[in-house]
Design a protein around this ligand. Structure first.
Ligand SMILES: [Mg+2]
Length: 226
């Protein structure tokens, strides 16, 4: 009996007798791989010419309230941040590059999942791709929009072994879809109550990578590859 293997990368077909479709990992960008909140808040403070709130953003209030500005003003700052190409210079978290590389090396397909509105703002797509390239993040595909995890589940049925996400509402979306999210620990998701008992939450991307590698091994066991 021939050992089962993964099909070539980028192949949209696989031969069922000898190949197994690759497991899929979904990675969020803002607040998961990159330091979005700190970067945005610093920009907002500079742009608005206000004093920085002396505390870390903990999610107990909206970012607008945190900054002491109206919703309309907040939208203006966010637009300025996006249109100013600030997405290119957002600092990366340590371990972000490796999480994409080690999981791909283990055979997985990495799909970058972002809620950034690509359709409304032409610059966001190139800025996102530039950021990924500049920071050495490897990926096979990119999904965007508010329903990114719905799209991921639809595109890769039965193949998603894990996603990494920081925002409570999107963690909940992923849980509802059975995508087994791992929470990227941040002050603003500390109070998140998971519907799934046992949704992991770690602040080290290195630890998260280990969990994902274990899930890839389990996927291979389940598919009879090991
Ligand atoms: Mg995020």
């Amino acid at each position: 009996m021939t050992a089962l293997r993964y099909p070539p990368r980028r192949s949209s077909f696989y031969q069922p007798e000898i190949e197994v479709p690759r497991p899929v990992i979904g990675l969020d960008i803002d607040g998961t791989l990159g330091r979005y909140h700190e970067h945005f808040i610093q920009f907002a403070v500079d742009w608005l010419g206000i004093w920085a709130p002396p505390m870390e953003y903990d999610g107990s209030v909206s970012l607008a309230t945190f900054l002491g500005i109206s919703k309309a003003r907040y939208r203006k700052v966010k637009l300025a941040y996006r249109q100013g190409g600030l997405k290119r210079s957002m600092p990366i978290y340590s371990g972000a590059k490796d999480i994409s590389r080690v999981t791909r090396k283990a055979g997985a397909e990495v799909v970058i999942c972002t809620t950034r509105p690509f359709l409304q703002l032409e610059a966001v797509d190139p800025d996102t791709k530039e950021w990924l390239k500049r920071n050495g993040i490897q990926y096979d595909n990119l999904i965007h929009g508010e329903n990114k995890y719905r799209e991921l589940a639809k595109r890769y049925p039965g193949r998603v072994v894990g996603i990494v996400e920081d925002l409570p509402e999107l963690i909940a979306q992923a849980e509802t879809l059975g995508l087994r999210p791992i929470i990227r620990a941040q002050a603003y998701n500390r109070g998140y109550v998971s519907a799934n008992e046992g949704t992991d939450r770690f602040d080290s991307l290195g630890v998260i990578a280990e969990v994902l590698l274990e899930r890839i091994r389990q996927y291979e066991l389940d598919k009879g590859m090991r």
